[in-house]
Design a protein around this ligand. Sequence first.
Ligand SMILES: Nc1ncnc2c1ncn2[C@@H]1O[C@H](COP(=O)(O)OP(=O)(O)OP(=O)(O)O)[C@@H](O)[C@H]1O
Ligand SMILES: [Mg+2]
Length: 468
Amino acid sequence: MFNKLSLKIGLLFFVFLLGIEALLFATLYVTLVNQRVDEVMESLLARGETHSAVLADNFEPMTLEHVGMMEAESSFVAVITDENGEILINSDPLEPEMLEVLGHIDYDSESPEGKVIEKDWDDKRYIAADSPITIGGEHAGHVFMFSDTAGIERMVKGLQNQFLAAGLITVLLTVVTVLLLSRFITLPLIRMKEATEQLSRGNHRVDLSTDRNDELGELANAITRLSGDLDRLKNARNEFLAAISHELRTPLTYIKGYADILGRPELNESERKEYVGIIREESAHLARLIENLFELAKLDRLQFEIKREAVDVGGLLQSAAALVKPAFERDRIQLQVDCESEGLVYWDPERIQQVLLNILDNARKHSEAGSQVAMSCREENGKVDIRIRDEGEGIPAEELPYVFERLYRVEKSRSRDSGGSGLGLAIAKEIVELHGGVIELESKLGSGTVAAIRLERGDGSAESIAGR
Ligand SMILES: Nc1ncnc2c1ncn2[C@@H]1O[C@H](COP(=O)(O)OP(=O)(O)OP(=O)(O)O)[C@@H](O)[C@H]1O
Ligand SMILES: [Mg+2]
């Protein structure tokens, strides 16, 4: 379970924490030991100073005797000398180490200040302090105090043991913390890795949703969302394929059926003509369907090119109206164009015309004879707003969100006269969005539909921009 990442993170944490802890412990230890040793030295010197002060007032054999007796009972050794270092009294028997210290004193150049003269508690058996006795400004003698270093060593040893115990506990706690921490960080990563492996194996439903709101939580939720998207995409693709085969099958069934009928000898000329017409119509429908599908495939493969050029909006609307005019006249639907927006825009005129033609075609197909279709344009917040309004049958509110989907038609039965394939609005939406615009449909069942396209005027510098 101790995989690579957690090992790396764990080791890194461990080394860092241990380094910091070791530094802190070492500093604390050295400071503590020095402080304690200084305290011992200072108390030794203070004791000597007290004796020296008493003796300065009373430098008599009796007092010397008293000091000697006092220190004989204590753990210290006091040695009192005259100004030349001749020993007057010593509280305990003198050890060679003490004599060595006394032998190294330069009695002639002594200052009247008391001081510690042997500090090396680590190597020597005794530490020592010297408190000179000064009577009336005259140097009269010395009180030397000795203390066994075994006490200090014991104290330091005790400290060392305490530090060792604390250090071990700290290392143990560090290890536990690092283990928990690295698991806390790497466990979700391992789960995400497994989830993405499942995704690539084709299982598009993984659930990593978590309450964490840190970066790892965000990543987990993003992967969950991705899996949902993939799942939806897979379903959409399957549905699309099913719809396409259905769309292709229907006209082919007509063509085959009428071709079979045409083979019958008993048909008269007018019947024959009618059936040939139907076959022609259906093959034209098939060809258009395939062409539209091909166009959408190009849009999907990012090969669709928007060739922007300077065009006049009014002119664009007029020419689209002129193209659909015969069909509108045939169906006796009135078409009005009213454009307030002036000046040039930078769009792909052919593509935008394709969008307008499809919307006009929809308006015509879903309007009754005698009704009116109005195409208008105006300027709004620096954008061009084109609207095509019809007074046709309208779209049920529950169907409205889907009309831009590929192969979606409100009237599910594919009647030969309405004849659409359900691709027109999908293509229109792609084209408008490639131009950076939006296309929306508003509709009320029974009273009509408004298609609105909002487009930026565009920039002359971007003459030709490859799709997306
Ligand atoms: N103006 C409208 N009035 C009523 N229904 C509409 C209108 N415009 C679109 N629709 C509905 O939305 C559906 C999708 O429109 P779309 O243009 O994408 O496809 P189509 O017109 O059926 O086929 P195609 O445009 O590919 O020939 C239509 O089938 C129709 O049901
Ligand atoms: Mg259409």
